[in-house]
Design a protein around this ligand. Structure first.
Ligand code: FE2
Length: 208
């Protein structure tokens, strides 16, 4: 068995002006796929087959195998990122998620402003995250390919890819516009709410 590129959970033109079909063609079909291909090559070379993707990421991290960690973490990060997005239908957080956001950030607008600040302020490549830390929501970011899969205290809820390859086609170099438009219009808040069960890692996992 080998790791595979998961299908996008929507059509390539479904995210409208916020993330174009051209961006998804490059980002999913080329960038994300390249991490899958490279990880499979490394797993075969190293004889590490038969692990779930999350187990492989944790194994690479525990062995200090930075090359394998980066490639495999990027498979998971991107798989999770696609699930965090949905066509623009005016979606907002509801129910328990909305209550937790109000308790920890004051309002959804404040949370989105915090996430945007984190995304824009993150130096160079990486990922902005909303995570569950104990019973609190927390905004943070991780560098390059680093992933919550490797940290027990970070239960992933929502992410935004802030590598330049995520926005250069639609937004050129304007990371602030990218963060504002994506976070404000195409977040799949039902998926974010589902991850409050602490099992976010499993939703972008796969067998090896
Ligand atoms: Fe990416």
């Amino acid at each position: 068995m080998a790791y595979t590129l998961p299908d996008l959970p929507y059509a390539k033109d479904a995210l409208g002006e916020y993330m174009s079909a051209e961006t998804l063609t490059y980002h999913h079909d080329k960038h994300h796929n390249a991490y899958v291909v490279k990880t499979n090559e490394l797993v075969e070379q190293k004889g590490l087959g038969g692990r779930s993707l999350s187990d492989l990421i944790r194994h690479a991290n525990s062995k200090g195998d930075k090359g394998l960690y980066n490639q495999s973490a990027q498979i998971w990060n991107h798989s999770f990122f696609w699930l965090c997005l949905a066509p623009p239908e005016g979606q907002k957080p509801t129910g328990r998620l909305a209550e937790m956001i109000d308790a920890d950030f004051g309002s959804t607008d404040n949370l989105l402003a915090e996430l945007k600040k984190e995304a824009v302020g993150h130096f160079a490549s990486g990922w902005a995250w909303l995570v569950l830390d104990g019973d609190k929501l927390k905004v943070t970011s991780l560098h390059d390919a680093d992933t919550p899969v490797a940290y027990d205290e970070m239960k992933p809820l929502l992410t935004l890819d802030v590598w330049e390859h995520a926005y250069y086609i639609d937004y050129r170099n304007a990371r602030p516009d990218f963060a504002e438009k994506v976070l404000g219009n195409i977040v799949n808040w039902d998926f974010v709410a589902q991850n409050l069960d602490g099992n976010g890692v499993s939703r972008a996992d796969q067998d090896g």
